[in-house]
Design a protein around this ligand. Structure first.
Ligand code: ATP
Ligand code: TZE
Length: 526
């Protein structure tokens, strides 16, 4: 065995002969060799590591396929891993990848020696911890991220956030990590946005590569497919929440930016179209509120029109208030389409702390699309953070709140890589770097249903401006606008109860002037 290489894991191709398309007319070689020609195209396109995975074939055939695969890989100086069959790896002086139920990695190391690379599949943080304690593996394949057709008896599907939990355990370890299971051009943006795990040092542990099967194996143009996958990995999108250097911002500057956003709306310079997939309790109020601020609402829960709608809208608002399977499906389709079309997504996880069903729905959604802003009350933010310090009663948050709310929102924002806005008597907003508080608003907001949903609708229409100041300022602007409008509404002589306040609030949103926000804003950096 030559000395141990230090591979580039960026595009890890796991072969699957059964997935190959029929050879094109231009291919004139023997049909059984098309696999090798196809592989060579993929290598030209930028595959950096290959693994031969052959299920249900005899040892002799496996050996022959692997031997010929190695000849092609050697030509491109790309390391070859053998899946599971340590004997084949030994015979061909190849590297080896083993699953949790295959031969133990320690034994594989003994058999292959110190210069072989060894990879291990992991599905949970606990399995990751065992691999690290063992100290044998050079890399781990983390997954399955999504459901696939290519492997039976799958472990639980992790989603990008489950993969992130494994990376969190991996931390700053030297062991490399690739993600596997349903990695395709349509899932990669979300995978890259969501998987980096925050480290105690302040940085992030990211994936070292993408492991793909059918995205290349089933392609009629493997070179182009590989090139596209590599480019997507190399591009590594900047997180929307970090588009702004929030660290340098003072409260006064943020207020001025929020005032400017409100001016753009009120002057009619832009009229964002906001797609709401929301609960039936607040639908009418949030549509009216959107109009009152100078934006346009469209309420639609149809999965069939969501992809088309996505091209027309400025922002998507997803609200969990009266979620059903059908609505969740529509939200997932709309969310993924919004990501593809570069439209911001705002998520209001109404009542997520109340039931397991809501928790699972929120998790499903966050695994399917990348959200720019989450707006929730303390109970909801606590549930998403995995904290039980603040309790929920149905859709309401109860009790005094968190001891250290600024840290709670900052931690969640850093972990999810988005902006978190937590509403209450004091609102807390963070992009994962800094936290601000807003002390505007009135107790009347607690007396009407859906004032949190109205706050997220306000945030969504500001996010729909897609202004260069980014989602953090949009979240602050939305909360300032609704809360200052609520304060003004509360002073109206006709307000003598929740219902008159509710009507006065829509009027106050309609009449709100940028200078009202400037003069009344109680924004503080904490
Ligand atoms: N006591 C209060 N004083 C000032 N503002 C408040 C008060 N309570 C709530 N607010 C404001 O009201 C809005 C809604 O916040 P809240 O946390 O009550 O939402 P929620 O619990 O999600 O509501 P819902 O579930 O009814 O939609 C926010 O803009 C918040 O700033
Ligand atoms: C009362 C209620 N129930 C589901 S959604 C909703 C509106 C406030 O969130």
């Amino acid at each position: 065995m030559p000395p141990k290489p230090t591979p580039d894991y960026r595009l890890y191709y796991v072969t699957g002969r059964s997935l190959l398309p029929p050879p094109p007319a231009s291919y004139t070689g023997p049909e059984e060799d098309y696999y090798l020609a196809h592989l060579e195209e993929a290598l030209k396109g930028g595959v950096t590591v290959v693994q031969v995975r052959e299920k249900d074939v005899d040892g002799g055939e496996f050996l022959e396929v692997a031997r010929r695969t190695k000849e092609v890989c050697d030509k491109y100086d790309v390391p070859l891993f053998i899946n599971d069959r340590v004997d084949v790896a030994l015979a061909l002086k190849c590297h080896c990848h083993v699953g949790q139920t295959d031969l133990p990695a320690r034994l594989v190391r003994q058999l292959l020696g110190p210069d072989a690379l060894i990879g291990v599949s992991v599905n949970t943080p606990e399995e990751m911890r065992v691999v690290m304690d063992e100290g044998v593996a050079d890399y781990v394949g983390v997954g399955p991220c999504f459901g696939t057709q290519t492997k039976k008896n799958l472990n639980p599907i992790l989603g990008p956030r489950g993969v992130r939990a494994v990376l969190e355990t991996l931390g700053e370890s030297e062991v490399k990590a690739v993600i596997i299971g349903g990695i395709t051009p349509s899932t990669i943006p979300n995978v890259l946005a969501q998987t980096p795990a925050p480290l105690p040092s302040g940085g992030y542990r990211s994936l070292d590569g993408l492991a793909v099967v059918s995205s290349i194996a089933a392609s009629t143009e493997p070179e182009t497919a590989a090139r596209e996958l590599r480019e997507m990995f190399d591009r590594k999108p900047a997180y929307p929440a970090r588009s702004l250097n929030s660290d340098a911002l003072s409260a006064e500057q943020v207020v001025e930016q929020a005032v400017e956003l409100l001016r753009i709306l009120k002057d009619g310079e832009k009229t964002p179209l906001v797609h709401h997939i929301t609960n039936f309790v607040v639908m009418n109020d949030t549509a009216n509120l959107t109009l009152a601020f100078g934006a346009s609402p469209i309420m639609s829960a149809s999965p069939d029109e969501a992809p088309h709608l996505s091209q027309l809208i400025s922002c998507l608002l997803l609200n969990l208030g009266t979620i059903t399977e059908a609505q969740l499906n529509a939200q997932k389709i709309a969310g993924a389409a919004a990501n593809r079309n570069g439209k911001p997504v705002v998520f209001d996880p109404v009542g997520v702390g109340a039931t397991e069903y809501r928790k699972k729905s929120a998790s499903d959604l966050l695994n399917t699309c990348h959200v720019s802003i989450i707006k929730g009350n303390a109970g909801e933010i606590g549930a998403l953070s995995g904290l039980s310090e603040v309790k929920a009663r149905g859709v309401d948050s109860v009790g005094k709140g968190f001891k250290d709310p600024a840290t709670v929102v900052k931690t969640l924002a850093a972990r999810e890589k988005l902006v978190v806005a937590m509403s209450g008597e004091t609102d807390y907003i963070s992009d994962g770097q800094v936290s601000f508080t807003i002390k505007n608003g009135t107790f009347w907001q607690e007396k009407i249903t859906g004032s949190g949903c109205m706050a997220s609708a306000a945030v969504a229409l500001f996010a729909g401006l897609q202004h260069e100041s980014g989602p953090f300022v949009a979240a602050v602007a939305g909360l300032l606008a609704i809360n200052v409008a609520a304060e003004i509404a509360a002073t109206r002589p006709e307000v003598n109860g929740p219902n008159t306040f509710r009507a006065a609030l829509i009027d106050a949103c309609y009449n709100l002037r940028p200078e009202d926000v400037r003069s009344r804003a109680k924004l503080q950096r904490v």
